[in-house]
Design a binder for this molecule. Structure first.
Ligand SMILES: Nc1nc2c(ncn2[C@@H]2O[C@H](COP(=O)(O)OP(=O)(O)OP(=O)(O)O)[C@@H](O)[C@H]2O)c(=O)[nH]1
Ligand SMILES: [Mg+2]
Length: 326
């Protein structure tokens, strides 16, 4: 019988150390990759494609089961809309990582910033165990059968959410592997929460426009906010440049106020001089009043008064304007 890794769902094998799922002991519970993430914080990137994921979605569509769609507000992109359009099941929208936004901003405001077709929505924080009783109640109210799928983009916090439900509402002594790297969960993992509820974790969909796909582990560690983001405002006078690590440069050509909602671990610098950064592409944007400029996967810049910005970032990364959410 094929045994699956309880950390990431991959089928265990003891033949090829270089292949996914390797474990010396295939009757054991964890593959070597999960063991290394958990014990040494050693991350091995995995190349997955969107097709691997849509195969799972087509199987979910064959059921009538409830889907929890987990969305991280720092990573809300058109890929989520594509995903929703492909799903035929009832969706309970779960906005994750509430803790990274100040509690002065109301839940309602954050919830209203996303409009997708769903039967209900809720905002939670797994780190702070925020709103889990209500989430659990909603899951039980809306489920059509014993099975409930947990889907979303990579890194949206699906596995961490399931771990919190295991911790809060079961006596199970187990955890799914979680990490800062995209594609931590590699295949479906079915967890029996009680006699009438199984939660099924799924591999996250890869969003090619997300900057995290193109960053080294050292920067990735700083990209994900571990606590509340303290926004930083710059009053720009004349021509100035803002640098975020060496991965984003913003050229401001006129007076404006820019407020940055990025992890405070990232180095954000304002300079009067232009430093050439190789391999970054230019995106030139005319920004209307009260807008956010979203740099997919890392954060957004709030702009109150209309202005023009030249944004340089890594090729393939989505940069787009939306109506401000805060
Ligand atoms: N601040 C904060 N971080 C969180 C929260 N939930 C998850 N994270 C972090 O988000 C990252 C991704 O979490 P995972 O649970 O592995 O995400 P996932 O959706 O299962 O990712 P894949 O398996 O790759 O699809 C980890 O670094 C988590 O610690 C939360 O409530 N607050
Ligand atoms: Mg996962």
């Amino acid at each position: 019988m094929n045994c699956k890794c309880i950390g990431c769902g991959i089928t265990l094998q003891n033949i090829n150390k270089a292949e996914l799922g390797f474990s010396n002991n295939i009757e054991g519970k964890l593959c070597e990759r999960c063991f290394r993430i958990r014990n040494y914080n050693e991350y091995q990137k995995v190349d997955k494609t969107i097709d691997d994921f849509y195969y799972i979605i087509s199987n979910i569509n064959k059921t009538n089961d409830l889907v929890l769609l987990v969305v991280d507000l720092l990573n809300y992109s058109s890929e989520i809309v594509n995903l929703v359009n492909k799903l035929t099941n009832n969706i309970l929208l779960v906005l994750s990582k509430r803790d990274i936004f100040s509690y002065k901003i109301s839940d309602l405001k954050l919830l209203n910033s996303i409009s997708i077709k769903c039967i209900d929505k809720i905002i939670i924080s797994s780190n702070k165990n925020y709103n889990f009783d209500l989430l659990f109640e909603k899951i039980n109210n809306y489920k059509n059968s014993n099975n409930v799928y947990v889907v979303g983009l990579t890194n949206s916090g699906k596995s961490t959410l399931i771990n919190k439900i295991i911790y809060n509402y079961t006596d199970l002594d187990m955890k799914i592997t979680t990490s800062i790297l995209p594609s931590t969960t590699l295949d479906t993992i079915k967890i029996k929460i009680n006699d009438s509820l199984n939660l099924i974790d799924t591999p996250g969909i890869i969003d090619n426009g997300n900057i995290c796909n193109y960053l080294d582990n050292s920067i990735l560690k700083k990209v994900f906010p571990k606590k509340e983001i303290k926004p930083i405002t710059y009053q720009i006078k004349g021509k100035q440049y803002i640098y975020i690590e060496n991965i984003i440069k913003i050229e401001c050509l006129e007076n404006c106020n820019l407020t940055f909602y990025f992890s405070n671990q990232l180095k954000i610098e304002r300079l009067f001089k232009n430093v050439e950064l190789s391999d970054l592409k230019l995106i030139s944007l005319d920004i209307p009043n009260n807008s956010d400029v979203v740099i997919n996967g890392i954060g957004f810049v709030n702009v109150k008064n209309k202005t023009h910005l030249n944004i340089y970032t890594i090729d393939n990364v989505d940069v787009f304007i939306r109506k401000e959410i805060i």
